[in-house]
Design a protein around this ligand. Structure first.
Ligand code: ME8
Length: 493
């Protein structure tokens, strides 16, 4: 899955046509969990995210806001940068398609493909959805609307440059079939294979009826089609063609994207790379969509659940935990503030927070603040100890196949076993009866479980892991306030 010991992961680059929504947050969190987990496994990681700033969509939104496209993109991109910071996303770089480093590479690759004879001039007649920035055939639409946005598409007739994608159809299909891991999950792989049974149409890769884009190197009257431009970020962001970083990290191990842009990443992008004689990425990993109360995120509902506000209100780690736990990776899921509050109160405040707090209290009360070192065969008979001892292996196994929710469920099994151990052991009685050895074994197990939990939640909830380390100082503990305050839930629906 990775190049020697190196691991390059990307997210899609977001359209800064508005403020980030919870779907953007979700994708960045998944990529961040994977990146942190790979670093923990001593991989050298390069993690790239960014913004996709050209095209008709941005131009239109900017015009509506009475701003120039660049001014508008600058303002909105600030919010995507804020999002990364607030969510504690550990990206190594942030590529903007309006940066010179990207524009140069996009033009170089366009020229390379053109010079090879894989780009030719023709006239395009067909439908276009500005929100998807995609060309559609009549049969792709219902009642003249695109399926993704449910909006009327435009009729378009313009002269343009076409990329001979059809030439690469068989090669792409062969590649997908020969590489089980190229598209994840399997259902998406089958979807692409089935679509590739039909002849592939060449792709219009230039636009001429607006100007907000990268000029074609061979025809200044046209701009590069925004998807041809955007996909190239994965190589421009790594420093194609000559930088040390590009040589070290390309091909990317994972392009993480949402299901709506599967085709662009598994067919269009490989075709561009093949035409430009660049190696293909190792995998395209596809996540599902987050809905709000079962409905697609729209412009109005999207801004009502602002992920930056949510993280500030409920805590970054709580939001990260919720999204990774609640949604089965690869499938669609629902977001609601009520469900978030319930998870915070039950899993975080009650289970994890309580485990840490009560253990610290008992270490103070019974052992003057330091955990006794215990070595005894008895440990193997204690369920919480056994679960904790095997936790890293169990969690790694789940994460390596993108079962994030299951990984967290495994961690919570250990947490719950430790909380149960308190009820079963009744340490307050042991103390009264002077059974110090038994009490020592018990408190050692509790601390051991917490340490293993800390180690394994680290990539999901990095700030919480740090807080636990700070409270469990070797030698002497430093109890602080509970990790997760309960949230008033009397107003829940
Ligand atoms: O597609 N739930 O940008 P974008 C989960 N610029 N993920 C979602 C989502 C939702 N409700 N809505 C969107 C673009 N996403 C292009 C990408 S890459 C070379 C160019 C995901 O801002 C979406 O699937 O519309 C995509 O992976 C990412 O957010 C950016 O979407």
């Amino acid at each position: 899955m990775e190049k020697e010991n190196r691991f390059y992961i990307t997210t899609a680059i977001d359209y800064p046509s508005g403020k980030p929504h919870i779907g953007h947050a979700y994708e960045k969190i998944i990529a961040d969990v994977i990146a942190r987990w790979q670093r923990k496994r001593s991989r050298e990681v390069f993690f790239l995210t960014g913004t996709d700033e050209h095209g008709q969509k941005i131009e239109r939104y900017a015009a509506n806001a009475d701003k120039s496209p660049q001014e508008f993109a600058n303002e909105m991109t600030e919010k995507f940068l804020d999002l990364c910071q607030v969510l504690n996303v550990s990206n190594d770089d942030f590529i903007r398609t309006t940066q010179k480093r990207h524009i140069d590479v996009a033009q170089t690759i366009f020229k390379k493909v053109f010079d090879k004879g894989d780009i030719y001039k023709d006239t395009y007649k067909g439908f276009y959805c500005v929100d998807c920035e995609s060309f559609y055939l009549e049969r792709d639409l219902t009642d003249g609307n695109c399926l993704v946005h449910g909006k009327k598409v435009d009729w378009m007739e313009e002269e343009g440059y076409f990329f001979r994608m059809s030439k690469y159809q068989q090669k792409i299909l062969d590649h997908i079939k020969a590489n089980d891991d190229f598209i994840w999950p399997e259902s998406r792989r089958n979807e692409v294979i089935s679509r590739l049974q039909e002849p592939l149409r060449d792709l219009n890769v230039s636009r001429s009826n607006f100007t907000w884009g990268i000029p074609l190197p061979n025809d200044k009257g046209q701009v590069i089609y925004v998807w041809f431009d955007a996909l190239i970020n994965y190589v421009s962001g790594a420093g194609y063609p000559d930088s040390e970083r590009f040589k070290r990290f390309w091909p990317a191990a994972v392009h993480l994207v949402g299901k709506d842009i599967l085709w662009f990443h598994t067919v269009v992008w490989p075709a561009i790379l093949m035409a430009a004689d660049i190696e293909l990425p190792q995998s395209v990993c596809v996540h599902g969509f987050i809905n709000l109360k079962g409905e697609k995120i729209s412009k109005s509902t999207g801004s009502m659940v602002d992920p930056i506000e949510l993280a500030k209100k409920y805590g970054t780690d709580s939001l990260r935990y919720f999204l990774m736990r609640e949604i089965s990776f690869g499938e669609d899921g629902n977001f609601s503030e009520d469900a978030l509050i319930r998870r915070i109160n039950s899993d975080l405040a009650n289970d994890l927070g309580n485990l840490v707090h009560r253990t610290l209290t008992m270490i103070e009360k019974y052992f003057q603040g330091s955990v006794p070192e215990i070595k005894t065969d008895k440990l193997k008979c204690i369920k919480a100890y056994v679960l904790a001892a095997g936790l890293t292996e169990a969690v790694d196994k789940e994460i390596s196949v993108y079962n994030f929710s299951q990984a967290l469920a495994k961690i919570w099994e250990a947490i719950n076993a430790a909380n149960k151990l308190v009820e079963e052991t009744k340490p307050w009685n042991l103390s009264k009866e002077g059974k110090i050895d038994e009490l020592g074994v018990f408190i050692f197990v509790m601390s051991y479980v917490i340490d293993k939990v800390r180690e394994n939640i680290d990539c999901f909830m990095p700030q919480t892991a740090v807080k636990i380390v700070q409270q469990f100082q070797p030698g002497k503990i430093k109890k602080d306030k509970p990790l997760f305050p309960r949230i008033q839930d009397d107003k829940l629906n």
